[in-house]
Ligand binder design. Structure first.
Ligand code: 13P
Ligand code: SF4
Length: 306
């Protein structure tokens, strides 16, 4: 961390001068998460924070769909992302035209889309959800529309996990998270045997991996589970920074790391956050017509809450 200190100081000074708020997802590196972020959390917490943030300038340290969501929820604010190429394999797996084709194939069935999608896909959906509230949103939308079926996209693993938690029938898409899909059940079993450890997994992992876990939940839910269970050792089956960022909060817990890095999240660095604040780049734009419809889908999610 000392190596990072000059960057952290420079960013925090510039941030004050600009009156900016820095938001960072749980998968950002510790020097960003602990060093410069004002608001941290899972994708739901960041979306909620964008709606009640009182600064006019938001720097979103996360991937592009998160910055788009912030812009849709706070259209009058300037939302910057330090690297426009910070994408997501889930968001890239589906287009608005795909959503329209799904609707044509399943007339009258409402669409719930994971926030890991483009603004256009959100605009073509009835409601959004995150991994923290997917079950609640699916059930709320099914009840509101009087349908026992919901189209759930784009993550087929999150979708199949949600399907185990509800009686609502789900029509799934084929998307996967390139970070979570690579974990295997064998790897998890091996870790548990070798380290005699509890296992926590993100619902973007395959059903075989989730079947091996003691707890399945969003990045924030993982933190709450640790608070409640206070395990001696835990393996976090998710992005590597998750465990790194939780270490400060849970010094008594030993974190075992079979983990994967998200190459998109890791595009955000201290130097490009500094350049972002210095040059006010890169601004995220969403066309007003898309934004209005995507906002309605996000608002339906926020009304359900966590
Ligand atoms: P959350 O648990 O924060 O929704 O994370 C999902 C994810 O993979 C974000 O990239
Ligand atoms: Fe997308 Fe997976 Fe990276 Fe999250 S971890 S941003 S879902 S590729």
């Amino acid at each position: 961390v000392p190596l990072h200190l000059p960057w952290i100081d420079a960013i925090n000074t510039l941030k004050k001068q600009r009156g900016a708020v820095i938001m960072a997802h749980s998968y950002q590196s510790p020097e960003i998460f602990h060093g410069v972020a004002d608001i941290t959390g899972d994708s739901l917490a960041l979306a909620q924070a964008a709606t009640d943030c009182d600064s006019d300038l938001i720097v979103l340290c996360g991937v592009h769909f998160m910055a788009e969501s912030a812009k849709i929820l706070a259209p009058d604010k300037t939302v910057l992302i330090p690297d426009l190429e910070a994408g997501c394999s889930l968001a890239a797996s589906i287009t608005a035209a795909d959503v329209r084709a799904l609707r044509a194939r399943h007339p009258g069935v409402p669409v719930v889309s994971y926030v890991n999608t483009s603004a256009e896909v959100k605009a073509a959906s009835d409601a959004c959800c995150t991994s923290a509230n997917a079950v609640q949103v699916v059930e709320a939308i099914a009840a509101q529309s009087g349908s026992r079926k919901v189209i759930f996209l784009p993550d087929r693993y999150l979708g199949s996990w949600v399907a185990t938690q509800t009686d609502v029938e789900l029509v799934l898409w084929t998307g996967t998270c390139e970070v979570h899909e690579t974990f295997t059940a064998q790897q998890v079993r091996h870790t548990r045997e070798q380290f005699d450890t509890k296992v926590v997994a993100h619902p973007e992992c395959s059903p075989e991996v989730l079947a091996e876990a003691d707890f399945v939940g969003s990045t924030s839910a993982m933190g709450r589970w640790l608070e409640k269970e206070k395990p001696t050792r835990v393996a976090m089956i998710t992005e590597c920074s998750m465990a790194d960022n939780l270490k400060n909060r849970f010094p008594q817990v030993q974190f075992i790391k079979p983990c994967n890095l998200c190459p998109h999240m890791k595009r955000i660095t201290l130097p490009n956050i500094h350049a972002c604040l210095r040059d006010l780049r890169y601004e995220v734009h969403v066309s007003p017509e898309v934004s209005v419809r995507a906002r309605a889908a996000l608002d339906r999610m926020l009304a359900v809450g966590r």
